[in-house]
Design a protein. Structure first.
Length: 259
């Protein structure tokens, strides 16, 4: 039987006294699933990650990570946040960034040891960046930096990898290789990825979740146009990887366009 790695049951969450951002979310993710989470801007995808990472507590419902509460289970999660613009003077090398992923494994003020170095090198090799381990991070391209941040998340030896828009700042030619890397990593690890790239979602993931405050659809690709339209609540153009596709901008729907 497949192991349940994430289970959300009747989860409701909101910021302050505002409207609920997550409404009655029921979601089970199994070991070595590769889940793509899509939905319109503001639909609550990042909020769902915050709940899984213990950064936000639902006001109703339960969340289990490998059968544990979030406070115990979050140590099994590696998180790759959205890539932000980097200060070009930032004086940190690739291996230093990956080593930071070992911090959660250290006691306060404990020094890094040889095991940390082995893991840093192993994860850099996994993401194809070992040769650049001593390069300043600021000299790398968006795609290379994203690989380093994936290595940093892997350095904590997680069972689950959460990625927020992993190809948003990666040029289109390199996006495919990031998805190929994730597909390879997925042989060992469960992956949940937020993306606006419906084409890539259809091509690479095993399961899709459509989130717009509620989870409108959770199942296998290919995604039906109806499922997407119900989530985005507006008409959607075609879905095919490598082919231009878009969510049409009429009604009040935010425009997403990828080529
Ligand atoms: N710290 C916060 N305090 C108050 N409201 C917030 C906070 N963070 C997010 N929100 C609001 O919660 C809603 C959901 O945001 P969230 O970032 O989860 O959406 P998302 O689906 O990830 O969107 P996007 O695709 O734009 O990243 C938005 O309306 C946002 O303005």
């Amino acid at each position: 039987m497949k192991t349940e790695v994430i289970n959300l049951s009747n989860v409701w969450a909101k910021y302050n006294q505002k409207d609920s951002i997550l409404e009655d979310i029921n979601l089970t993710i199994y070991e070595r699933d590769f889940v793509g989470l899509i939905g319109p801007n503001g639909g609550g995808k990042t909020t769902l990650f915050k709940v899984l990472l213990g950064l936000m507590k639902p006001y109703q419902g339960t969340v289990k990570i490998l059968g544990h509460t979030v406070s115990k289970g979050r140590r099994y999660i590696g998180y790759v946040p959205q890539l932000v613009e980097l200060d070009r003077e930032f004086p940190v090398r690739v291996a230093d960034v990956v080593r930071m992923g070992r911090l959660g494994k250290r006691r306060l003020l404990q020094r890094y040891n040889s095991k940390d170095e082995i893991i840093v090198n192993r994860t850099l090799e996994q993401v194809g960046m070992l040769e650049l381990r001593d390069r300043p991070i600021a000299e790398l391209s968006g795609g290379q930096r994203q690989r380093v941040y994936i290595a940093r998340a892997l350095a904590s030896e997680p069972r689950i990898l959460l990625l927020d828009e992993p190809t948003a700042s990666v040029d289109p030619q390199r996006q495919t290789s990031i998805y190929e890397l994730l597909k390879e990593l997925n042989q060992l690890i469960t992956i949940v990825m937020i993306s606006h790239d419906i084409g890539a979602i259809s091509a690479y993931v095993k399961t899709v979740g459509c989130l717009n405050h509620r989870l409108f659809f959770h199942g296998n690709p290919p995604l039906s146009t109806e499922a997407i339209e119900q989530t985005y609540q507006c008409p959607v153009d075609l879905i095919a990887h490598g082919v231009p596709h878009r969510v049409l901008s009429n009604h009040d729907c935010p425009l997403h366009y990828h080529e």
